[in-house]
Write a protein that binds this ligand. Sequence first.
Ligand SMILES: [Zn+2]
Length: 292
Amino acid sequence: MKKNNKCHLCDCEDINLTSYKLRDNDKISVLQCKNCGLYFLSTFEHINKNFYENGNMHSCENLKNDFKHWENKSYNDDLRRFKFLKNKIKNKSVCDFGCGIGGFIKLCSNITGDVCGVEKQKNLKEYFKENNIIVYDDINKKQGKFDYITMFHVLEHIKNPNDLILNLISKLKKDGELIIEVPNCDDALLSLYKNKAFADFTHWSCHLFMYNHKTLKLLMDTLNLKINYIKNIQRYTLMNHLYWIINNKPGGHIIWEKFDFKLLNYLYSVFLKLLNKNDTIIISVSKTNMVS
Ligand SMILES: [Zn+2]
């Protein structure tokens, strides 16, 4: 099995073996570059050619075939992203790369007639047809360029992020934006509370890279892209975090929902965002004059 022995971002060969364990594979370890801080897995060989076509990237087996369950599970995130972007994408051309079940596309189709997705998972084809969602299995099959390309929780799964980002950038119109959302590896549960149960739960073999503010910015700088903004998001609530800390289990935001007060959550999320220890990052990038 081919091992990763240098940092993909800064080429540094000084790599730390972290104490993080993967929840689904004890043969692969989590490494961290001592220079730039990028986290990455010790090998990517387990992601073979048909991995994404067969829907193997799901953390939960139900999602692979139960599309109703998938729709429901992703709806809140689809809606949050749609609300965040709707003023910009109205009547614009939009492509959601790695669109999964296509919930974000469905919402966008209410405000623009020019929206499509890219998704490799083969058993979704019929679903897309039934739901009138235009989805390609390869972005290169789509003619023309986009105003907006979105990519939600995909980049961390990609072996060659540089190649993918540059390809997506080449599909944008002159002032187009590529909007990327990733989980933040500086999540408070990891970096502030150092909750071992959460660490062992969150790290898994499909997250080949784990980004934070610094490494995401460095990646875009390396590719000579213009950063329009970086935005911090907190998806999970205070009760979710307290439940992890006390019970070492997920689901606290549901189990302790009655204690989940809006104002308290808001203040907690502001606190985490100020520290860059929130759970999710959105970055928007565009071409500079140097990139054709
Ligand atoms: Zn590095």
